[in-house]
Design a protein around this ligand. Sequence first.
Ligand code: IPM
Ligand code: SF4
Length: 472
Amino acid sequence: MADRPQSLFDKLWANHVVRAESADTPAILYIDLHLVHEVTSPQGFDVLRQRDLPVRRPDRTLATLDHSTPTTPPGPDGERHYFTPQAKAQVETLERNCAEFGIRLEGWGSDYRGVVHVMGPELGATQPGMTVVCGDSHTSTHGAFGALAFGIGTTEVGYVLATQCLPQRKPKSMRVVVDGQLGPGVAAKDMALHIIRTIGVNGGTGYAIEYAGEAIRALDMEGRMTVCNMTIEAGARAGMVAPDATTIEYLRGRELAPRGGDFERAAEGWLALAGDDGATFDREVIIDAADIAPTLTWGTDPGMSVRLGEAVPEGDTPGRRRALDYMGVTGGQPLDGHGVDVVFVGSCTNGRLSDLRAAAEILRGQRVAVGTRMLVVPGSESVKRAAEAEGLDRVFTDAGAEWREPGCSMCLAMNGDLVPAGKTAVSTSNRNFEGRQGTGARTMLASPATAAACAIAGRVVDPRGEAAREVA
Ligand SMILES: CC(C)[C@H](C(=O)O)[C@@H](O)C(=O)O
Ligand code: SF4
């Protein structure tokens, strides 16, 4: 039994089982890193207070403010412009809870505050081999490091705060292999959308996915995070990539990563996490990177997407008809040329430095179309600083785009950054259901390059230009 070849996921799981699963009870898993934000944590802390319990491992708990925070700077009096009194209350509650329970909070004034899934990796808090949880579905992002990372509910946030453990049943395993190389101008986001379209928005339900293959290996850590981030949009529990030299170089020197000789020893262990030859999976999907092109969603789930230039499906099912209607899109023809009112570059999917660079490269020396609003929101204070150091903020503002303070912002529009009803947004975020970016808002998900190209044109266009598509 012990000799059976193990996958990355098998190893991560086995390394964290505190009590084995039985027919009647789930396994109990040890949690290495618990990330916390203001929306899903208040109940957990309340439970601790009711039971007079401390946080079991404050040193393995890390908090940030991201969902409800305004992206406009504070007024001259230091006043923050919260969208609602509830937003302000959420922020203040987390500030109080972190102070009371001795948890590190990257709050207002921190140089590292950011969207939780951008901040954890940047600080080096997320490391290969860990179990990482957060009361947030896109926790799958951290799987890019070869961690077992998944979102938990608010009740479970309480369990983890109190015990540093979590009851879980082992999901099935799927391997998604992306062979070959992405073409020029094709991004990790296009790959993520293509994978979801291929396996379906429920195709991952009940599975933990390991991404492998030449095109995955070729991605930098930010690209791997984009792909793992969107795993949840295919219904899967977690997404992961085996640690390699790219992972190790990303982590070297980060604040919370091991130092010196400890780092080298840790890195050896990280590399050993890769799946054994002959490890088996419950399901395997093989994708050819050459089939992936700049992709945009036309409908109201992330699987309803087309390559630019490809015709949108006809409204041949009630679901598709409703989606076409809601989106104001005509079936049977490409999205190219469709009017774009708002462009959002940001979120835990595409709010990192490489994403901002990709958008800036297209926008440099250009103007956002008259009548189109473009919002660029760095994923964290670190991203903001790094972008400003290379002048990307100027590229955006010179083009007529808004350069904002870090946070989730228009990804879910909790902080007042809204898309007006009936308006179409091209967004680098990860969800496009009805009303996600505001009541009646229409969301088309895309890569940062596609979003920037659409901002300049004021309509849907291929970021590679018309000529490139002929060649592709
Ligand atoms: C607010 C939070 C619970 C939610 C999530 O779990 O994903 C949010 O981050 C989102 O993207 O919809
Ligand atoms: S950026 Fe969007 S998807 Fe990511 S955590 Fe925030 S709201 Fe959720």
